[in-house]
Design a binder for this molecule. Structure first.
Ligand SMILES: [Zn+2]
Length: 112
């Protein structure tokens, strides 16, 4: 079964100014609604990963919260921390989001 896992947190935090932020929130919300209804029509599973889920900070190898964070962390593309695993920022986040999506599905907290 194909599953979607969507993270919609940090995009919000990155926009500058209140107007830009609300426009972005609105269009992102519409995009997610469309994605959700498409997934539903196609009989797919749709899991919304919490906006506070630390997909970037979480080490996908050992689960430690040692990855880059905050505004300074945005510049960090690759990182290596305590456990020795080296991560590409996006690849690591993708693994974490997919895993969290599967956890939500298993916990019955996703639309299937
Ligand atoms: Zn680690």
């Amino acid at each position: 079964m194909v599953r979607f896992a969507v993270e919609f947190d940090q995009l919000r935090g990155l926009s500058r100014g209140r107007a830009a932020k609300s426009v972005q929130d609105a269009s992102l919300g519409r995009f997610l609604d469309r994605l959700e209804s498409k997934a539903r029509r196609a009989g797919r599973t749709f899991a919304k990963v919490d906006r506070y889920f630390p997909s970037t900070r979480l080490c996908s190898a050992c689960g430690a919260l040692t990855g880059p964070q905050g505004l300074d962390g945005l510049k960090v593309r690759r990182w290596r921390r305590g456990c020795g695993a080296e991560h590409d920022r996006d690849a690591n986040a993708e693994i974490n989001i997919r895993r969290e999506g599967q956890r939500l599905v298993a916990a019955g907290q996703a639309d299937t």
